[in-house]
Design a protein around this ligand. Structure first.
Ligand SMILES: [Zn+2]
Length: 392
C-alpha cells in the first residue's frame, strides 16, 4: 500500500483521519426499528443507555457524516436522531426513543459485496424495569467520559496580568446544531461561531482587553464545560452568543438575557428550557446539581455578579439603540444554565432569530457581523470604565 511508503508522521496523521459514514437507512415501526449506517472502514463503537428521557448513545471514533439528513430522519421507535462531532477523537449518535427501548442487535456486518462495513442497530421495545436495569448495570469504562470534561481548556493567548479577560462563547456546536434557519437552512452553531470569532478579534484590538473563544471549531461543549472554561481562565466577563428560532416567525431583533431563578416571561422561560436541553441532545447524563452551598460569601458574590451582569446587559442595549433592532423588552431573564458562574458576570445575547427571514439574511452578512462586534466592544468598554470608576 502506498501509505506504508510515507514517513511515519504522515501515516500517523492518516490513522486519525475520520471514518466516513457515507450511507444510512432507517426502517421499521413502533415495535421494531432498524438503523443501518455504511462506513468506509470498520468502526469501533460502544452503546450506552441514558434515562430521563430514554436515549441510546452510540459512541464512535472521529466520523464524517456524509449522508443526507433525511436518510436518517427519526421514525418508528425513535423520536429524535442526532449525530455529530464530540471532540477531535470522537463522534456520537444519540437516539432519543419514545419509551424504554434496547438494541437487540448492534454489530458491524459486511455488505452484499462482502466488502464495506455496515453498522446495524436493531431496536425493540422493552419495559421500564428492564430499561432501568440496563442503565444501572452498564459500564462506561470503555470510554473515558470523564476525559471529555477535563479536555484541553483553551487559554487566552498572551493575557498579561491586569488584562480584562473575556470569554466569548459560541452557542451550540458539534452534535448540537442549535436552531436551523428558515430560508437557507443555516445551522445556529455556524452563525454563533462566526459571530464569536468576529467579536473576539474585535475585542482583542483593544489595549488591555484579552478575549478568547470557549470553542474554536465545530465541536460539542457541555454547558458546564463552557462555564468551567471561563472560570479557569479567570474571565471577567462571559458572553454567550445565540441565534435561535421562535414559533412566531414575525418576531425579529436582538435580546439580551441575564440569569434569574424566575423567568421574566414565557418567551424567556421557553428559550432557557431549550438552551438547557443542549447536554441532553448530546447524550450527556443529567447530573444532579450540587446542593446549594449555604455560604453567605458565595451568596454575596452571586448577588454582586448578578448586578454586574445586569449592568453589562444594559450597556449592550445602550450600544444597540438606533443601531440594531431589538425585540420588545429586550432585556429579559431566565434560568440559563450557561450563565450560572457565581463569580463571572455573564450575558446571553440572541443576536437575531433564524426563524425570521430578514434576521436570517442579516445573520449571514459579514458587514453586519462586524457592526455588531464593534457595538458590543463599545458596550464592554463602557461597562469596564463604569466598574473601574466604582473601584471594581
Ligand atoms: Zn441557541
Amino acid at each position: 500500500m502506498a501509505a506504508s511508503l510515507l514517513p511515519v508522521a504522515a501515516s500517523s496523521v492518516e490513522a486519525r483521519d475520520p471514518l466516513l459514514a457515507y450511507g444510512a437507512r432507517i426502517v421499521g415501526d413502533d415495535a421494531r426499528t432498524r438503523i443501518v449506517i455504511d462506513f468506509d472502514r470498520e468502526p469501533r463503537f460502544s452503546v450506552h443507555y441514558i434515562a430521563n428521557p430514554e436515549r441510546i448513545v452510540v459512541d464512535l471514533p472521529a466520523t464524517a457524516f456524509g449522508f443526507p439528513a433525511k436518510d436518517l430522519a427519526a421514525r418508528g421507535l425513535f423520536k429524535d436522531i442526532r449525530y455529530g462531532k464530540m471532540d477531535e477523537e470522537s463522534a456520537r449518535i444519540v437516539l432519543t426513543t419514545a419509551g424504554p427501548v434496547k438494541l437487540a442487535l448492534a454489530k458491524v456486518q459486511a455488505d452484499e459485496t462482502g466488502n464495506g462495513h455496515r453498522l446495524v442497530l436493531d431496536a425493540e421495545m422493552i419495559d421500564k424495569k428492564a430499561f432501568a436495569e440496563l442503565v444501572k448495570t452498564q459500564s462506561w469504562s470503555d470510554r473515558t467520559e470523564a476525559a471529555q470534561t477535563t479536555s484541553a481548556i483553551p487559554a487566552p493567548e498572551r493575557a498579561a496580568p491586569g488584562d480584562f479577560v473575556i470569554a466569548v462563547d459560541a452557542g451550540h456546536g458539534g452534535i448540537d446544531t442549535g436552531a436551523i434557519g428558515v430560508d437557507t437552512k443555516t445551522e445556529e452553531k455556524q452563525v454563533t461561531l462566526a459571530f464569536a470569532k468576529a467579536l473576539t478579534d474585535r475585542l482583542n484590538k483593544e489595549p488591555g482587553i484579552k478575549a478568547f473563544l470557549t470553542r474554536e471549531d465545530d465541536e460539542f461543549l457541555s454547558l458546564s464545560q463552557r462555564v468551567l472554561i471561563a472560570r479557569q481562565n479567570h474571565a471577567g466577563l462571559f458572553i454567550s452568543l445565540h441565534a435561535d428560532t421562535l414559533k412566531q416567525k414575525d418576531i425579529r431583533g436582538a435580546t439580551v438575557y441575564t440569569i434569574s431563578d424566575k423567568a421574566s416571561d414565557k418567551l424567556a422561560a421557553d428559550l432557557a428550557d431549550r438552551e438547557n436541553l443542549s447536554d441532553q441532545i448530546a447524550g450527556k447524563e443529567t447530573v444532579a446539581e450540587p446542593p446549594e452551598v449555604a455560604d453567605i460569601l458565595l451568596d454575596l458574590t452571586r448577588r454582586e455578579t448578578q448586578a454586574f451582569s445586569i449592568s453589562l446587559a444594559e450597556s449592550v442595549l445602550n450600544s444597540f439603540k438606533d443601531q440594531v433592532g431589538t425585540i420588545n423588552n429586550p432585556h429579559r431573564h431566565a434560568g440559563f444554565r450557561v450563565l450560572q458562574a457565581p463569580d463571572v458576570p455573564s450575558i446571553l445575547l440572541e443576536i437575531g432569530f433564524l426563524s425570521n427571514a430578514e434576521d436570517e439574511k442579516l445573520l449571514l452578512d459579514e458587514a453586519w457581523r462586524g457592526k455588531i462586534a464593534g457595538l458590543l466592544t463599545d458596550a464592554v468598554k463602557r461597562y469596564r470604565a463604569a466598574v473601574m470608576a466604582n473601584g471594581g
